[in-house]
Every structure is written in structure tokens, then in C-alpha cells.
Design a binder for this molecule. Structure first.
Ligand SMILES: CCCCCCCCCCC/C=C/C(=O)SCCNC(=O)CCNC(=O)[C@H](O)C(C)(C)COP(=O)(O)OP(=O)(O)OC[C@H]1O[C@@H](n2cnc3c(N)ncnc32)[C@H](O)[C@@H]1OP(=O)(O)O
Ligand SMILES: NC(=O)C1=CN([C@@H]2O[C@H](COP(=O)(O)OP(=O)(O)OC[C@H]3O[C@@H](n4cnc5c(N)ncnc54)[C@H](OP(=O)(O)O)[C@@H]3O)[C@@H](O)[C@H]2O)C=CC1
Length: 270
């Protein structure tokens, strides 16, 4: 990343691109989710942000309040099916849904022998089932706008990853679901894609163990670089733009080549 405002450095989309359009972004209070909201609202979009904690969502609202679009937020646990369906419906009725970004996610690192059934279910619920619930609930709104869905995945998802059997299973499931719905809903003009970021240094990767592994993660990345929040945000916006009109059913890895190099998938062996 060059010096200067990181968003300015990677911005290629034109001002006002999403004026009058609406989006829902989960995990909007922190990290990648906040970065995506910032870019979308900056491009004129009306965005609803979801997350469990109000405080970070309110901080996102504060950060974008002078921008051309608008931001509203709702506290919602995406693992609560009824709450998630209601939140999507409310957003759809408020500003329509041209873009759904299923970004909320996460997991714990553990070898498979130490993943209990409850631990497995928690990760599958958050990273797979919630995405199905949100996407299905958004369908009528996406259909009426010929909208797009972006599902946040991981670099190297198709290679497997030590210590992440549950998360990789969930995200591989999301990729299969993305491709299946891309087929089912192509006739409605709805496009669905997955993004696979490499190492993004957000609060989600700020614990001591993750920081200790950062050098190893960068060494496993052919371009020896982190992925910035702003780069993920710009690509998300691109996928919702007219320039992404023919892109559907894809996994786009934005990772400095990690998925074709040594990759992040052996990191649990360190
Ligand atoms: C060691 C660090 C390595 C860093 C390497 C970096 C590699 C980079 C590539 C990967 C990039 C990915 C980045 C990100 O995803 S960033 C976002 C990161 N943030 C998170 O991941 C946090 C999200 N996690 C959660 O929200 C929760 O952990 C989760 C949803 C997964 C579970 O929530 P829940 O509230 O339901 O959890 P409970 O506490 O009730 O536990 C449920 C069962 O799960 C078991 N559990 C929980 N933690 C662990 C653990 N660490 N090991 C084993 N088992 C665990 C828990 O025991 C419960 O089961 P039991 O009742 O049977 O005990
Ligand atoms: N950072 C990285 O290196 C990479 C991250 N990713 C993925 O990108 C996505 C965003 O990650 P990142 O920004 O780094 O991490 P964060 O931990 O900062 O973001 C996760 C967000 O999800 C929300 N969230 C978690 N669980 C729930 C839930 N049950 N209901 C509603 N919201 C929830 C959190 O808000 P709250 O706690 O308030 O609910 C939080 O805002 C995740 O799916 C992550 O796995 C992929 C590749 C690399």
C-alpha cells in the first residue's frame, strides 16, 4: 500500500455510483465489515449494518455520517434465524437490497480432535447456516433490484487448513451454495460471489497468538503483504457495480497469491 489515504489509493469506482441503491452488511461494526460500509456509503448507498454489539455499530455510524449515502444499524445475532430474517425484511422494506454482504464470521483455531460437537455446530451455524438464512430472506428484494451477494470466505478455502476443519467445511459449503444459487437465480438477474481475503490485520486477528504468527503468514504469501480492508471493500463494491455484470459463482482470492503459494493453510502446523 502506498502512502496517503488507503481508500483513496485503491479507489477506482466513480462517485455517486450507488446513489439510490441499498445494501445489508453483516459484521458492520468492525474490521472488514466497517471498511465495506464506509466505501458503500461513500459511493452513495443506503446501508443497513448488522452485528450483535451496538457500540461498534454506532462507531461505524459516526465514521460515515458526513458521507453521501446513509447508514442505519440493527443489533442482530445472525445465528438467531427469526431475528436475522426480520432484520433483512426491515432493511428490504426501508431501502431495498441491491447488495447483501454476508461478512459476519469467525472461528476458533483447534485441531479436529479438540473440536466438540457444540463447537462444530457453533462455527457451522455462524459461517454457513446464517448465510443461507440471510440470502434466502433477501431473495425477493434482490430479485426486484437484480441485485448481488458477496459472501466473505478465506484465502485457500479449497485447499483445507490445519486447525480450521470446522470453518473450512462451513466456507466450502458457502462456496457450493454460492455457485448453486448463482445457477438457480441467474434468470432473476441475481449474482453471487465469494471473496477470499488473505491476512487482514483487524481486531479479529489482534490476539497475541495471531500477532505472533503474522511474520509466518506474510512469509507464506508470495507478495509478502497483508490484504487491506480498503482493498476488500473496493472489490466488494466492484462486484455490485455494472462492471461486475457478468461475474457470478466465483471465488475471488484477494490475498497476494497466498492460495497459490505456501499459503495460509499450513499455519496451524506452526
Ligand atoms: C492461534 C491464532 C492463529 C492465527 C492464524 C491466522 C490465520 C489467518 C487465516 C485465517 C483468517 C481468519 C480470520 C478471521 O476469521 S478474523 C475473525 C476472527 N474472530 C473470530 O474468529 C472470533 C469469532 N469466534 C466466535 O465468535 C466464537 O468463537 C464462536 C462463534 C466460534 C463460538 O461462539 P459461542 O459463543 O457459541 O461459543 P461458546 O463459548 O459457547 O462455545 C461453543 C463450543 O465451542 C467450543 N470452543 C470455543 N472455543 C474453543 C477453542 N478455542 N477450542 C476448542 N473448543 C472451543 C466450546 O468449548 C463449546 O463447546 P463445549 O460446550 O462442548 O465445550
Ligand atoms: N481478518 C482476516 O485476516 C480475515 C478475515 N476473514 C473473514 O472476514 C470476515 C470479517 O472478519 P474481520 O473483520 O477480520 O473480523 P472481526 O472479528 O473484526 O469481524 C467479525 C464481525 O462479525 C460480527 N459477528 C460475529 N458473530 C456474529 C453473530 N453471531 N451475529 C452477528 N454478527 C456477528 C462481529 O460483531 P459482534 O461481535 O458485535 O457481533 C464483528 O463485527 C469474517 O468472516 C472473517 O472470518 C477472511 C479472511 C481473512
Amino acid at each position: 500500500m502506498k502512502d496517503g489515504d488507503p481508500q483513496e489509493t485503491v479507489s477506482v469506482l466513480k462517485d455517486g455510483l450507488f446513489k439510490g441503491k441499498g445494501a445489508v452488511v453483516s459484521g458492520a461494526g468492525t474490521g472488514i465489515g466497517r471498511g465495506i460500509v464506509t466505501r458503500l456509503v461513500g459511493l452513495g448507498m443506503d446501508v443497513t449494518g448488522l452485528g450483535r454489539r451496538e457500540e461498534p455499530l454506532a462507531e461505524t455510524a459516526e465514521a460515515v455520517k458526513e458521507m453521501p449515502g446513509s447508514f442505519r444499524y440493527q443489533s442482530c445475532n445472525v445465528r438467531d434465524i427469526e431475528a436475522l430474517e426480520a432484520a433483512i425484511e426491515e432493511a428490504g422494506e426501508t431501502h431495498g437490497i441491491d447488495l447483501l454482504v454476508n461478512n459476519a464470521g469467525g472461528q476458533f483455531f483447534a485441531p479436529a480432535t479438540e473440536i466438540s460437537r457444540r463447537g462444530w455446530d457453533a462455527v457451522i451455524d455462524l459461517n454457513l447456516s446464517a448465510i443461507f438464512t440471510a440470502t434466502k430472506a433477501a431473495y425477493p428484494y434482490l430479485k426486484s433490484r437484480r441485485g448481488a451477494v458477496v459472501n466473505m470466505s478465506l484465502s485457500g478455502v479449497e485447499r483445507g487448513s490445519m486447525g480450521l476443519a470446522h470453518s473450512i467445511a462451513a466456507r466450502s459449503g458457502v462456496l457450493g451454495m454460492t455457485r448453486s444459487l448463482a445457477l438457480e437465480w441467474a434468470g432473476d438477474g441475481i449474482r453471487l460471489n465469494c471473496l477470499g481475503p488473505g491476512t487482514v490485520v483487524t481486531s479479529g486477528l489482534s490476539d497475541e497468538a495471531a500477532r505472533a504468527l503474522l511474520d509466518g503468514l506474510l512469509a507464506a504469501t508470495p507478495m509478502h503483504c497483508e490484504t487491506s480492508v480498503e482493498e476488500v471493500a473496493e472489490l466488494t463494491a466492484f462486484l455490485a457495480s455494472p462492471a461486475g455484470r457478468l461475474m457470478t459463482g466465483q471465488l475471488i482470492q484477494i490475498d497476494g497469491g497466498a492460495h497459490i503459494g505456501a499459503g495460509l493453510h499450513m499455519i496451524g502446523a506452526a
